[in-house]
Design a protein around this ligand. Structure first.
Ligand code: URA
Length: 441
């Protein structure tokens, strides 16, 4: 291990054997944290080549269970988002893709910090569980067309250990390490094709757009090297996605979207990612045809019915899909009023996530309990005109003190100016697997 650290520290390229030696030894506990963190720091400064990154990804993916989804009929397409505020995409897109005939077999996580996790949101449906056995998971996908389960303890355990180590040794934000960490879990989760949603902006992991592009390229290359069809969409996270932020509130917005009443940006994202999923899964030949299929399953109600079926199949109360007023509600619901007239110039997106966290809608540590009913529903987004005294958002809280703290923080996050800001595209670009179609918006 000493020689491996020395080699990387000097800028050398690690061989397949060296990377495998490290990943296997570290997973088994034979290599101590101090040597692993020295290597992570050496990689942080000296970087890794495309081959080293691919090797590290495969070694981490193979460090635990590789889920065998061959029991599911059809091409399995997974969707992954790098995370953001108000990101409820899986809740709407999962049923939409399933209603179009794509088998959706997804492993999801819980939220930590200001970005919520899909599993937390789904637990807003009374009785819903993601604790499925692998057999139930596969059976549900075959019967219903969609299943979502929690990440098993044995999915890419090397990444779990290394990510936790990087988190406390200031070595998270290296492009190769992030890309291999995300992709190792995707590859272990067994999908044939992967559509990535890489967020950029103040509420995203990648604040700068050029970093989001670099991460997207790196992940598409890894997917391609591993023989999986992979595409990446770069989307805006400079303000929350849609209007709702908070678990049950986001579920309600996803339901409204499946009824054809979704916010424009959220619908655009579902259609952009979804059409790539349908083409990758060979349910459609062209992107245009795929988009029409996705719009149809919203129009004819089959995507909404698919959501209800999916919720029921995982022990939840599917009737809530048709009667969303039965979702948990907060005791305090009140508007946050605009302090001035003008246009919303920008919103500090991660601060809006923090407001939801303060209200109790997120986790500060991995064991904290969360309040599913709280959060915010935005009425004004970037570029919108606003008059003083008009609601900027509605706050949903269960505690007056927390409500006041969140309101103050919310107002500090909104910037209102006299002139409208320059309009930016919501979808910043797309990379498809051949790299022939790098569309920059
Ligand atoms: N998400 C991950 O799963 N891994 C990283 O390294 C960063 C974000």
């Amino acid at each position: 291990m000493y020689d491996i650290i020395m080699k990387k520290r000097g800028g050398g390229r690690l061989s397949r054997e060296e990377i495998r030696f490290f990943v296997e030894g570290y997973t088994k506990g034979e290599i101590p944290d101090y040597q692993a963190s020295a290597l992570m720091m050496a990689i942080y400064f000296q970087k890794m080549t495309e081959e080293e990154t691919a090797e590290l990804t495969m070694a981490m993916a193979e460090s635990g269970d590789m889920l065998d989804l061959s029991g599911i009929h059809g091409i399995k397409v997974d969707k992954h988002s790098t995370g953001g505020v108000g990101d409820k995409t899986s809740l709407a897109l999962g049923p939409m893709a399933a209603a179009c005939g794509i088998p959706v077999a997804k492993m999801s996580g819980r939220g930590l910090g200001h970005t919520g996790g899909t599993i937390d949101k789904l637990e807003s449906f009374p009785g819903f569980t993601t604790a499925l056995t692998k057999e139930q998971f596969i059976d549900n996908v075959n019967r219903v067309g969609i299943a979502i389960m929690g990440q098993t303890a044995d999915l890419a355990p090397a990444d779990k250990k290394l990510y936790a180590l990087r988190d406390v040794t200031a070595t998270v934000d290296n492009m190769s390490l992030i890309a291999s960490s995300i992709m190792s879990k995707k590859l272990a989760a067994g999908a044939d094709a992967i559509v990535l949603d890489v967020k950029t902006g103040s509420g995203a992991f990648m604040k700068e757009e050029q970093d989001a592009w670099a991460l997207a390229e790196e992940m598409v290359k890894i997917g391609k090297n591993a023989g999986r069809r992979t595409a990446a969409v770069i989307s805006d996270m400079d303000q929350p996605l849609g209007c709702a932020v908070g678990n049950a509130l986001e579920v309600r917005e996803a339901i409204e979207t499946l009824k054809g009443n979704g916010p424009e940006d959220f619908l655009e994202l579902c259609l952009t990612l979804g059409s790539r999923m349908l083409v990758a899964g060979e349910a459609a030949e062209t992107l245009g045809q795929a988009e029409e299929m996705l719009r149809t399953v919203i129009r004819d109600g089959s995507a909404l019915r698919k959501l209800a079926e999916f919720v029921e199949a995982q022990g939840g109360d599917g009737d809530v899909v048709y009667n969303p007023e039965r979702l948990q509600t907060a005791s305090i619901v009140r508007p946050i009023l605009a302090p001035a007239s003008g246009y919303v110039d920008h919103i500090l997106c991660d601060e809006i996530g923090m407001c939801s966290l303060i209200l109790g809608g997120g986790r500060e540590t991995k064991d904290s309990a969360i309040d599913l009913s709280v959060g915010l529903v935005l009425c004004k987004k970037t570029g919108d005109p606003v008059r003083a005294g008009e609601p900027l958002a509605y706050l949903h809280a269960n505690d007056e003190k927390k409500a006041q703290m969140a309101e103050q923080r919310f107002l500090n996050a909104y910037s209102i100016k006299e002139a409208p800001p320059e309009k930016k595209k919501f979808i910043r670009g797309i990379i498809d697997q051949s790299f022939e179609h790098i569309h920059r918006a």
